[in-house]
Write a protein that binds this ligand. Structure first.
Ligand SMILES: *[C@@H]1O[C@H](CO)[C@@H](O)[C@H](O)[C@H]1NC(C)=O
Ligand SMILES: *[C@@H]1O[C@H](CO)[C@@H](O)[C@H](O)[C@H]1NC(C)=O
Ligand SMILES: *[C@@H]1O[C@H](CO)[C@@H](O)[C@H](O)[C@H]1NC(C)=O
Length: 306
């Protein structure tokens, strides 16, 4: 067949213009990594509402490939821990081409002092979610979280919903790289907790994620609360429910890249996705040193640190 260059050119010009509109123009929205007003937004398209942004992510010239909501389950009284965890997320390198939001998740705040301080925290950081569950609840909170998210975030759903502990250091960019080529549906990923021959009948509570459709399934399954399925070891029970319902079949075990820190705080490694049991400041200090979070400090004659 004979080529017709003239019509190619005619078609080519509008096509080039279209490509320019679609692919080039969005790149002018330079996302910013705020360690101030919106530390939960590691990257993505959220417009910055504050002016004192201290860190700027490299320009991201393409739309996000995936989106992830990370809910850090905590309680109002653990303010110092929350401050550390918030900084730990805010100071991470941005995950390329991903929309990642971190939220601190509470049950009902009933104490008036807590309520005032949480209100101020919400004003300052805007990264808090208060669920309709009892504040002193130890079991059932993960279920309350996973089952509320599809409704609470319905206007802007995520691909994945993660639950994380407040004694877990999660390396978001490493996690996002793991997710990039994985299915967006029917997924259940974390550190498998082996039982018998099964390496991952459920995921360790340090942090795991499910795809949005799985969160919706949990949310819509009324058998779970009715059969006391939210009592007891919640993380195990979630696995039990998913197994019974034939959900989360795209299952990924990130062991050993997700692990517990040893008492001597000497078992970090470069390939880490998450390190857990950071139960005191000494352990967080070790994490910040090992993962070079402390190394980013600018030289100045205003401070001197050992
Ligand atoms: C949580 O607070 C809301 C609003 O104050 C109330 O309606 C609800 O009953 C409370 N839920 C629990 C489980 O305490
Ligand atoms: C749920 O728990 C309550 C109290 O612990 C018990 O009375 C009830 O029989 C349980 N229901 C089921 C379906 O297991
Ligand atoms: C921290 O920085 C040092 C020196 O640049 C480097 O050798 C090490 O791999 C870094 N650690 C991590 C976890 O990236």
């Amino acid at each position: 067949m004979k080529a017709r260059p003239s019509s190619c050119l005619l078609l080519g010009a509008p096509l080039a213009l279209l490509l320019l509109l679609v692919f080039v123009l969005p790149s002018h929205r330079t996302p910013q990594l705020g360690s101030d007003g919106r530390p939960g937004a590691l990257c993505g398209r959220r417009p910055s509402t504050t002016t004192n942004v201290v860190a700027v992510a490299p320009p991201q010239d393409l739309e996000p490939e995936l989106s992830l909501l990370i809910g850090v389950l905590t309680v109002p009284s653990r303010r110092e821990r929350r401050d550390i965890v918030r900084m730990a997320y805010a100071l991470q390198p941005p995950a390329a081409r991903a929309r990642v939001d971190v939220r601190f998740v509470f049950c009902n705040v009933t104490d008036p002092v807590d309520a005032a301080l949480v209100a101020v925290e919400i004003r300052r950081h805007g990264d808090v979610v208060v669920l309709d569950c009892a504040e002193n609840m130890n079991d059932g909170k993960t279920y309350a979280y996973l089952s509320s998210v599809p409704r609470l975030f319905a206007p802007a759903p995520y691909d994945y919903v993660m639950k994380a502990d407040d004694d877990t250091y999660l390396r978001v960019a490493a996690l996002v790289e793991e997710l990039r080529g994985k299915p967006r549906r029917d997924l259940y990923l974390g550190r498998g907790f082996p039982v018998g021959d099964d390496p991952a009948p459920f995921m360790h509570g340090m942090g795991y994620l499910v795809s949005w459709d799985v969160a919706e399934w949990v949310s819509g399954n009324e058998d779970i609360p009715r059969s006391n399925g939210t009592r007891g070891h919640e993380d195990r029970l979630l696995g039990k429910w998913l197994n019974a319902g034939g959900r989360g079949k795209n299952r990924y075990n990130l062991k050993p890249r997700m692990y517990d820190v040893h008492w001597d705080v000497d078992n970090f490694w470069l390939d880490t996705v998450a390190v857990h049991r950071l139960k005191d400041n000494r352990r967080w200090a070790a994490v910040f040193r090992y993962f070079n979070v402390t190394a980013g400090i600018a030289p100045s004659n205003l401070y001197h640190l050992p």
